[in-house]
Design a binder for this molecule. Structure first.
Ligand code: HEM
Length: 477
């Protein structure tokens, strides 16, 4: 990951203060939190994605209207970190990002509950597919996990192949018509485009959310659906695949996850049996560990939740976020540390009054990031910052997530602030369902049993991945 630090930086010095024109790489949550709440535009270095996704949510302009420096100075002077958080939240003027406004209700609790059925069905299919590799030595889990997330998202989006063809406007129009018709006549037969049951596709939910004048146009609908497909597939697949690696390398952790899933299953079964004495034909479905995971199970799988979070801490699928400064932002000293700039980024002309050199890094009393400056928030660095996570920051220890966070922004795999990931809960539910289903059926073993704690080597291309392609083995329970 060191490559992340080797980009070129040019600093334009201005008198009395430190000005950074090009690069800023905070690894401290205090600064990251401030920057993520004040700098809402994506940097131009991401223009290749802008070309693909056009103005889709991830790159849509975000309007920041916070008086950043004042709030920041206010909250860094308050000693209790959680108070800092509350004060910033209360003082921040709400952000208006029209694209996000329409997209956000798609992830309402009601819709999420309905999506859980899809995860459950797709996890069952995933577990069946994995049967083919059980007991047959090492294989790459990547293709299985990415098929699972792609199938789940696409079932909720619409038929991907239709989407790839040019007839997207026709699909939208027919869906608009169908929804309107349904609205007028609720007894009408179900549209062929609509999946069975309560579940609405992402596209239908977005069209519904676009019924007012401020809703999406057809072009915007296409952009947002593409955003959901791209943002929601590989990210969750990477998260789940890294968790499989961690479970393979830490058998004790895996045992706890397994016990939690089984125990939970029994409690559920017990309650269900009491209720279902007359519905005996259903009992067989729930009698063994093959029972599908339901939306109600997910909140109870607390240890699994901690395991996934600890994995995302050590191996965040999106290891850094790129933003652009649109108004000068000043970061000031707090505690003993101000701002760490790797020596390779040492500016040519720096005119601050106070400098500290700590182990090859330059620490200044205040840093002003000028308009146009690109910011790389290092999620990787924040997640391994020993100041917050302790000296064992590099260790896999899921128990940390059963305790309060050391700082609200110390854990941010889904980013932080007004432009944080919209699919956060969706992703957690999807990963939990798949992992709980796999662990209940199979024992996960490292690709080479001799190296149980082999260090994971990562590479970075758009997302962070395992160089060895997430290789594991499976055995029947
Ligand atoms: C483990 C899985 C995931 C991770 C690690 C992840 C991470 C992220 C990160 C870091 C950002 C923000 C980038 C920034 O702050 O500039 C983001 C934005 C976004 N994500 Fe996710 N994501 C995940 C899953 C999903 C899923 C499943 C969906 C939807 C189905 C989704 C939809 C979005 C959208 C729409 C945005 C743009 C939000 C905005 O700019 O207003 N993500 N995600």
């Amino acid at each position: 990951m060191s490559g992340l630090w080797n980009f070129k930086s040019l600093s334009e010095g201005r008198k009395d203060r430190n000005y950074y024109k090009q690069a800023c790489l905070p690894t401290d949550p205090v600064f990251a939190e401030h920057l993520l709440k004040t700098c809402l535009e994506k940097d131009d270095s991401l223009r290749i994605f802008k070309i693909i996704l056009q103005k889709g949510s991830i790159f849509a302009p975000g309007k920041s209207n916070m008086k950043q420096t004042i709030y920041f100075l206010f909250y860094i002077n308050i000693p209790k970190l959680y108070l800092n958080y509350v004060s910033l939240y209360l003082f921040a003027v709400p952000i208006r990002c029209p694209r996000r406004k329409v997209l956000a209700p798609t992830f309402s609790p009601k819709n999420l509950k309905a999506f859980a059925n899809v995860f459950s069905q797709e996890s069952g299919i995933l577990a069946e597919r994995l049967k083919a590799v059980v007991g047959r030595g090492a294989f790459s889990a990547w293709q299985y996990m990415t098929t699972y997330t792609m199938d789940s998202v696409c079932r909720e989006s619409f038929k991907l192949f239709n989407f790839l063809e040019i007839n997207f406007p026709i699909i939208i129009e027919s869906k608009r018509d169908a929804l309107q018709k349904e609205h007028l006549d609720p007894n009408e037969d179900e549209s062929l485009l609509k999946p069975k049951g309560d579940l609405k596709t992402f596209l239908e939910l977005l069209i519904e959310g676009s019924s007012s004048n401020n809703g999406y146009s057809n072009v915007e609908l296409r952009e947002e659906t593409l955003v959901l497909v791209l943002a929601g597939t590989d990210t969750s697949a990477v998260g789940a695949a890294f968790t499989l690696l961690m479970l393979a390398q830490h058998p004790n952790v895996q045992n706890k996850v397994y016990k939690e899933a089984r125990w939970d299953c029994h409690v559920y079964l017990y309650k269900l049996k009491k209720r279902l004495t007359t519905h005996t034909r259903l009992q067989g479905v729930f009698e063994d560990s093959y029972r599908a995971v339901t939306a109600e199970d997910l909140p109870r799988l607390k240890y699994l939740d901690a395991v996934i979070r600890e994995t995302l801490r050590l191996y965040p699928p999106v290891p850094f976020i790129v933003r652009k400064v649109t108004n000068d932002v000043t970061l000031r000293k707090y505690g003993h540390l101000l701002y760490r700039i790797p020596t390779s980024l040492k500016p040519v002309r720096l005119e601050a009054k106070l400098f500290y050199i700590i182990s090859g890094s330059l620490i200044a009393s205040s840093v002003t990031l000028v308009e146009g400056c690109g910011i790389f928030i290092s999620i990787w660095g924040i997640h391994r910052n020993t100041r917050y996570w302790g000296n064992d920051a590099e260790q896999f220890r899921p128990k940390r997530f059963l305790e309060p966070l050391p700082h609200p922004a110390a854990f941010m795999p889904f980013s932080y602030g007004p432009r944080a990931c919209l699919g956060y809960q969706y992703a957690m539910m999807s990963m939990k369902t798949a992992l709980a289903t796999i662990v209940r059926r199979y024992r996960i073993i490292p690709s080479d049993e001799k190296y149980t704690s082999k260090e994971v080597r990562v590479s970075f291309d758009v997302m962070m991945k395992d160089v060895d392609n997430f290789r594991i083995q499976l055995a029947m329970r």
